[in-house]
Write a new protein. Sequence first.
Length: 292
Amino acid sequence: VGDEECLSDRKWWCFLLSSIFTFLMGIFSVLVVRAFASLFCRKVAKDYSHPEVKKQQDEDKRMRLQGQNPDAAQDGDFMSEAKDWAGELISGQTGTGRILVCLVFIVSISSLVIYFIDASSDNVETCIPWLENTTQQIDLAFNIFFMVYFFIRFIAASDKFWFMLELYSFVDYFTIPPSFVSIYLDRTWIGLRFLRALRLMTVPDILQYLNILKTSTSIRLAQLISLFVSVWLTGAGVVHLLENSGDLPAFSEPEPITYWNAVYFLMVTMSTVGYGDITCLTEVGRVFQLMF
């Protein structure tokens, strides 16, 4: 009875709104800082007019990253040093960078496994208190890691505005904030956590870092396979969410389906076999199926 009373007042919009608010506030902050810098922090043209000065700056940066020119660090500002450090950390061209990239992939897979566990049922919103929800506690720890990695990537980005519009940035917007909202509301919404499957597209890059993929043919094949699997698992997550949520606008008449049945359904659909044993029954699910 307690769960029925709790779920009678759906709170999915709180989780979704937290992601949208995070994205909009990020864009607004970047634009405000950019406007402020253009008005009050304009650089003198002569500082960059001489080609030799620019060349020396690039050389100082390269040597500073290699730890061979400590005196150059005193000439740069703090943000330049932080950007160089973050760029080296996520580049994948150094030992530390490769370790971090591999660690991000491992944590992404682990987070996806947690999603698979939660999505094995047909419930998209539950009222289990956060302190009693082990999978959500583990997922929060993963999301804290992703949040730190997001800020490292943000610091390293040359253009902050376009960084905010990158694919993996949107993955973070719609997976990290809801994890914190669940603590406050003491309930869980399965939400868009299936977007973590998109990080499987980084598999070819990781295999190149590990010198496993060496030929252009093998790299292209790995990219094709990782793209297919990413789209497949992500699409299954969309079907699972839409079917179990019900039709708009009141999300009425949901059609229970597990995530793995959605995975099977999409594979049958993409292969054009179409057995018909599992189909989308809600209006929103059918619209997605037509678009997919």
